[in-house]
Structures are given as C-alpha cells and as structure tokens.
Design a protein. Structure first.
Length: 157
C-alpha cells in the first residue's frame, strides 16, 4: 500500500519535472516503475523495465540536444548551436527554472552575433529555433512521463 502511494507520488513528480528544470521528470517517473518492479505483484517484466530505462536515457539526452539541433535547422551556425547548449546549461545552473528557456535563446543569439558577426535581426530566427527546440524537448519528456504514469496506474490496478 505504501509502495503504491510512493509510486504514484513519484509519477506525479515526474510529470511536474517535465516543466520544472530542477526536477528530472522522466528519470523520476522511471524510478516509480523501478519501485513497482521490485515491490509490486511481479507482473512487470525485466525487459519492460529495461526498455523504459533506454527510453528515459534517450529522452533525457535529447532534452539537451534538441534546442541546439533546432537552432541549426533554423539557419544558425555550429557556433549558435553550441551557444544554445551552453546557454541552456548556464541558465539551468544560475537562473532556474526559466533560465533554461532564456539561456538557450540568448546563448544562440549572442553566439551568432558575437562569434559570426551576424546582424541581430538575422540572429533572431536561430534563437527562436532554440526556443522551439526547448518546447519540443519538453513535449517529448511530457509524453514519455505520461506514458510511464499510465503504466504505473496500470500495474497498480
């Protein structure tokens, strides 16, 4: 009974973590599945747990790569892509929770202007691409955590 409550709480925290950069949403959701694997009724298979571990790792890595990728796709240079990633990391560390969004945007914008000499006006598009990448990464995290929450509830039933 206590295990079930903890698993549900972890699932909810995992969903919240998709929006709050300090909380790693999908890893927390996977932690709930892990708890149910060891303390549940034995219906969850190890292969299921390992597949979701792989999904969790992939989603977590993509969350850092996608803003940089979108920066490049929208016309930014390699430098702007790296600036987006650096800004994202700096933003998480120094200005949570919104620093992740603004850091990626400003990192791409400043890198494009300062290192490539691109005009401010032309640098906005790649910077906006980093913002779209952030939204895409958030959606991927939310989708994976929501599916894991569904499984948490399913394994409790």
């Amino acid at each position: 009974m206590v295990t079930n409550i903890i698993a549900i709480i972890l699932g909810i925290i995992g969903l919240i973590g998709c929006f709050v950069p300090i909380l790693p949403g999908p890893p927390i959701s996977w932690g709930a599945l892990l708890l149910l694997y060891f303390c549940g009724d034995g219906t969850m298979k190890l292969s299921f747990l390992l597949v979701w571990l792989a999904v969790t790792i992939l989603v977590t890595v993509l969350d850092y790569i996608v803003p940089s990728y979108f920066t490049r796709v929208t016309g930014g240079s390699k430098v702007a892509g790296r600036g987006s990633l650096a800004g994202l990391i700096i933003g998480i560390v120094f200005f949570p929770p919104f620093g992740m969004i603004t850091g990626a945007f400003l990192g791409a914008l400043l890198a494009e202007v300062l290192f490539n000499g691109t005009e401010w006006k032309k640098s906005i598009k790649p910077a906006f691409g980093s913002f779209l990448g952030f939204l895409c990464g958030t959606f991927i995290k939310l989708a994976s955590s929501a599916v894991m929450m569904w499984y948490i509830i399913k394994f409790l039933g």
